[in-house]
Design a protein around this ligand. Structure first.
Ligand code: ADP
Ligand code: ZN
Length: 744
């Protein structure tokens, strides 16, 4: 990681000058100068409204010392107003600058992520909330219908709720609520923000820790007092990593500092939230893309005022305006979800470390299958590590076996057709269900079938906008492109040869597996969990609850079931296609597949019940399958690391990708050639490509990729800046830079 550009000091000097520099959350190269009208005072970080052309834009007073400015003072437009919210702290502004410089993005584009709750800036406008009132429904002669009863039970033990939220929670229409209020059973109150997040006075004691857990917790808690550090908590699933970092959270809270916990799938993390609330006696503030505007606004304000002691969020929570962040935890640090691919392509784990360094506090990275990047940082002494080698209370790790699909072929099922479940897995599912336990069949593929082809001529249905096959989704009766969202019906006749009703599904998706399982186990209660069948946090929470309450026997799911949830009665995991992630040949495929399958396997047998995991594979000797079966993680990672070192790839070198795209293929190629001619050269510097990007056509745009590779001790940013300055890119070609690309 490169060095921070500036020392961070609190420097909130008030301006008396009549000129201020304001950074706007727009893709602009730099901050603009504005005039400060007489009588208006601002400080560095003040959030202001300024004119830009015909528009009014919200921006941030950026520098402590305004530069001389190119525009004459009398030509400057005046600041319109200053918002009544705390200024964006110095460290938050330096973080925006740092991220922008590292990823070659405009600072304004990065700032936009910090101002992501515009409503939070306005003085709060009350909304109407409902409380249980004095009126007794019986006395008022109001019949207590089930719907009315549900409304009252939701309100029985809670703060006031706005109508929409109440209606959703109780599962009633707005009319039911209005009726109760008009009758006087509910009382209307004015609500400003969502309920606040209190500081836990002192967290209740956690469980008594084992010796190795206690040692890890002590070392982390000590670091909270010692400024910047990075520690990797490396321990098997169920070893108590969460209990251990909770101790560090407690230590930071005791010092009165804020804590940020990043989770890869926060919308699916109801269990984590419950566990946090049970441990600390308060719910943390939650921040992710599915939060409502009202929630965002409440959280943003609470964070800015220092009133949210703990924030748990997705990667964008890094950009909230913390005045006094004192600890950041990145749970499941290896997870791909931390890499943002759109907008500014940044890696939230890496930027969490940068944020910790700028703020002078510890970062804690947590995983059972750490990334090669983090392990290399530990090996090289840049990061510390603590190990938790055993599952808590002697719980057994699941027994993992491979099913060789070449020998154990699934025979067709009578009256159903093709099968994708080997006889041995079928038997194991049967035994599990007979024992009253639960089974999970994992297949990381949404929809019914990944490929649809014409039986007469072999024509395959492809997306008209992308180099990708269309995926059949039978539940919604359509073909879909998973890259651009294109949708169509399965055609009646083949567009190529004209044959009627000739299309056949090839290969399984989870919907097809669901169908097969229902034919095989007609008695079992089967449920399907994929991102398009279980949408949103509430649906996910209900789903997970029904598994825990044993209302489901057999679970079919994509990777969203793999994340974090704990199912005590789940004892069998069958991975239907363990080879799936290994195809395609990107250099991270082995590491990623290992991490995913290890995490899926960890769903089996977490309580007293031992678990069993079966991996269906056509390549049982593959090193990833072997590593899972033998449980020899460290040997596998050592081999992977050695391969990367030999290939001269990250973490042993630095990479930056340039992606060029345009609807006009010739224009893309022309820019690619010009870039190739101007490519940086030198010892330890190499440019690969141009070559078709992994998705050669996406949304109708032709894509080319070039990779800049440098030795670890050479920063690619100055080379990239120089390089890009030399090449003219016409308007119809889009050039994006991805520093530290996830795929290579
Ligand atoms: P990890 O984060 O490594 O998967 P957890 O912290 O979630 O592990 O622990 C797994 C389970 O074991 C949880 O239910 C947790 O409450 C329990 N557990 C872990 N350590 C202890 C302990 N020392 N005493 C009691 N329960 C523990
Ligand atoms: Zn498409």
């Amino acid at each position: 990681n490169p060095e921070p550009f500036t020392e961070v000091t609190e420097n909130a000097q008030l301006f008396a000058d009549e000129r201020v520099r304001v950074l706007l959350p727009l893709p602009l190269g730099e901050a603009y100068d504005y005039a400060l009208p007489p009588g208006m005072t601002v400080e560095a970080g003040s959030i202001v409204e300024v004119p830009l052309g015909q528009r009014r834009v919200t921006g941030v007073v950026w520098d402590a010392t305004p530069a001389g400015g190119k525009v004459a003072a009398e030509k400057l437009k005046p600041v319109i107003r200053v918002f009544d919210v705390p200024p964006l702290p110095e460290v938050g502004r330096r973080f925006v600058d740092w991220v922008a410089a590292y990823y070659l993005a405009e600072p304004g584009t990065v700032l936009k992520m910090s101002l992501s709750a515009p409503a939070a800036l306005e003085p709060p406008v009350p909304t109407v909330g409902y409380l249980r009132g004095e009126g007794d429904p019986e006395a008022l002669g109001l019949r207590l219908t089930p719907a009315r009863r549900r409304v009252l039970s939701v309100l029985a033990d809670g703060p006031p709720r706005p109508a929409a939220e109440l209606a959703r929670e109780a599962g009633v229409s707005a009319g039911v609520i209005k009726g109760l209020a008009d009758a006087g059973v509910l009382e209307r109150v004015a609500m400003y923000d969502a309920p606040g997040f209190e500081v836990p006075a002192d967290a209740p004691e956690g469980p008594a820790l084992s010796e190795s857990q206690a040692a890890a917790a002590r070392s982390l808690s000590a670091k909270v007092r010692d400024g910047f550090s990075v520690t990797l908590i490396d321990g098997v699933t169920g070893s108590g990593k969460t209990e251990v970092y909770f101790e560090a959270v407690k230590a930071a809270l005791r010092q009165g500092r804020q804590v940020l916990v990043l989770l890869p799938e926060i919308a699916l993390s109801a269990q984590w939230l419950e566990r946090f609330a049970a441990r600390f006696g308060v719910a943390p503030a939650v921040w992710h893309s599915e939060c409502t505007q009202a929630q965002r606004r409440a959280t943003w304000r609470a964070v800015a005022r220092g009133e949210a002691p703990v924030v748990v969020g997705a990667r964008s929570a890094l950009f909230l305006p913390y005045p006094d962040l004192g600890l950041v935890v990145v749970d499941e640090e290896h997870d791909q979800a931390f890499k943002q691919e759109d907008g500014v392509p940044y890696h939230a784990r890496d930027m969490a470390v940068v944020r910790a360094r700028l703020g002078g506090f510890p970062a804690v990275l947590v995983s059972a299958t750490p990334s090669l990047e983090s392990l290399e940082n530990v090996r090289a002494g840049r990061y510390d590590s603590v190990h938790l080698p055993e599952r808590h209370a002697g719980a057994q790790l699941p027994d993992i076996e491979a099913i060789d699909m070449r020998a154990d072929r699934p025979p067709p099922i009578q009256g159903h057709g093709q099968s994708f479940i080997a006889p041995s897995l079928r038997d194991a599912v049967g035994e599990t269900l007979a024992a009253g336990e639960q089974a999970l069949l994992f297949l990381n593929r949404r929809g019914y079938a990944p490929l649809t082809l014409c039986r007469a001529c072999g024509h395959r249905l492809q997306c008209p906008n992308c180099t990708a096959w269309l995926v059949e989704h039978r539940l919604v009766d359509s073909l879909q492109c998973h890259h651009c969202g294109y949708m169509a019906r399965v055609p009646q006749s083949c567009p190529e040869c004209g044959a009627e009703h000739s299309f056949a599904a090839c290969g399984p998706g989870v919907e097809r597996l669901h169908e097969e399982v229902k034919a095989l186990f007609p008695e079992a209660r089967v449920a399907l969990m994929a991102s398009d069948t279980v949408t949103g946090p509430a649906a996910a929470a209900r789903f997970i609850e029904s598994v825990q309450n044993r209302e489901i026997d057999l679970l079919i799911g994509t990777q969203i079931v793999a994340k974090g949830n704990h199912f005590p009665y789940l004892t069998l995991v069958g991975v239907v296609d363990a080879d799936l992630g290994l195809a395609g040949g990107d250099l991270r495929a082995g590491e990623r597949t290992y991490q995913l399958l290890h995490q899926v396997a960890g769903r089996a047998g977490r309580a007293e019940r031992p678990g069993r995991v079966m991996l269906q594979t056509y390549e049982p000797v593959h090193e990833v399958i072997q590593a899972l079966v033998s449980g020899d993680r460290d040997r596998f990672l050592a081999v992977e690391a050695e391969n990367r070192r030999k290939a001269g790839m990250p973490p042993f070198a630095r990479l930056a990708a340039l992606i060029l795209s345009s609807p006009d293929e010739a224009a893309v190629d022309a820019v690619a050639r010009a870039l190739a001619r101007a490519a940086p050269q030198g010892e330890g510097i190499e440019v690969m490509g141009p070559a078709p990007a992994p998705l050669a056509i996406l949304r109708g745009r032709h894509r080319r990729r070039m990779l800049l590779r440098t030795r670890r001790d050479i920063a690619p940013q100055p080379l990239l800046r120089d390089w890009l300055r030399q090449v003219e890119v016409p308007g119809k070609v889009r050039l994006s830079v991805d520093v530290d690309p996830y795929h290579f």
